[in-house]
Design a protein around this ligand. Structure first.
Ligand SMILES: [Zn+2]
Length: 306
């Protein structure tokens, strides 16, 4: 009896101490309205929609009591790191383009001074999203590659995976993400494709109608982790923005940066082209958060301070 009462008291105390997990997500826009909370750290989750292909940011408003924090979602645990502005820690998360809709638990662990850990759980419902379907025609060797090219394609896929597997534990970006070029896009992220009537694929980026030869700018500041001519992607640059966020620019006609180079937001990284598996000059722009392929257009709307 005594024991039960003690446990009950403890759970009430814990419940009172639990930080607020506020979900700030009107259906059509991001919001960063601060929540009023008298005491304790405040966790704020920002996203455009809880659907496949959507990026998210978890903010922990710094109140001095939290030493560190981590968030676990969709099988991945990520540490929160200082956000620009100095008032919060944050982490990026992504719901992969082909994630299965359903209910998933997000777990935030806040380590306090003195070693206590508060665990906050929140059920998040990832709703289904229908992506459009299209048929495309490419040169035969890009859809049914010859045996000689298959080894190269495999090797290059490993190279890309390796380049994006090392996570820089600090934010390298400079404010919000920006379009690499102001030409209109086809808004075709997630498009399901049937190529040459034989190969099914999913379009994991956004195609921007940049005229041939025009400069492509880095969508945010970061470090170039790949600048190579790939069989399928063509001349490609991948920029590491830190905290697991990578942007990739494909089918370019010329590379203007080298691996290891630091780039500022908007810096020219290459010229538009039609190299690799491409039907004509355009920029294939894609964003990965850890392994999740997310919509670059949603990325542009994440509230990031300079
Ligand atoms: Zn594309």
């Amino acid at each position: 009896m005594t024991r039960r009462r003690a446990l009950w008291t403890m759970s009430v105390a814990l419940a009172l101490a639990v930080p607020v997990l506020s979900l700030v997500a009107p259906a059509s826009r991001f919001s960063d309205t601060p929540q009023t909370q008298a005491t304790g750290p405040v966790i704020r989750l920002v996203y455009r929609a809880l659907q496949p292909g959507e990026p998210m940011i978890v903010f922990l408003e710094t109140d001095g009591t939290a030493k560190s924090a981590s968030v676990t979602f969709l099988g991945r645990t990520v540490d929160l790191r200082p956000a620009p502005g100095g008032r919060s820690d944050f982490a990026f998360l992504g719901i992969d383009l082909q994630a299965k809709p359903g209910s998933y638990t997000m777990i935030v662990k806040v380590r306090k001074a003195g070693g206590t850990i508060e665990t906050i759980r929140k059920e998040l419902l990832v709703s289904p999203k229908e992506f459009p379907f299209t048929k495309l025609q490419f040169k035969r060797e890009y859809v049914t590659p010859p045996a000689s090219a298959r080894e190269r394609i495999k090797r290059e896929a490993e190279l890309v995976a390796l380049a994006t597997s090392v996570v820089t534990p600090e934010w390298l970006g400079d404010g919000p993400f920006a379009l690499p070029h102001d030409a209109p896009s086809w808004s075709n992220f997630g498009q399901r494709r049937l190529n040459n009537n034989v190969l099914e694929s999913v379009h994991s980026g956004l195609d921007i109608r940049v005229p041939f030869g025009e400069r492509i700018g880095a969508a945010n500041a970061g470090t170039v982790v790949l600048a190579s001519d790939l069989y399928l992607g063509g001349k490609t640059v991948i920029v590491d923005h830190g905290l697991g966020v990578f942007s990739s620019y494909g089918h370019m006609s010329k590379l203007l940066v080298k691996r290891g180079e630091a780039v500022k937001k908007g810096a020219a990284i290459g010229l538009c082209g039609s190299t690799g598996r491409s039907t004509g000059p355009h920029l294939h722009w894609s964003i990965k958060i850890f392994n999740a392929r997310v919509d670059p257009e949603a990325m542009l709307r994440l509230p990031l301070e300079k």
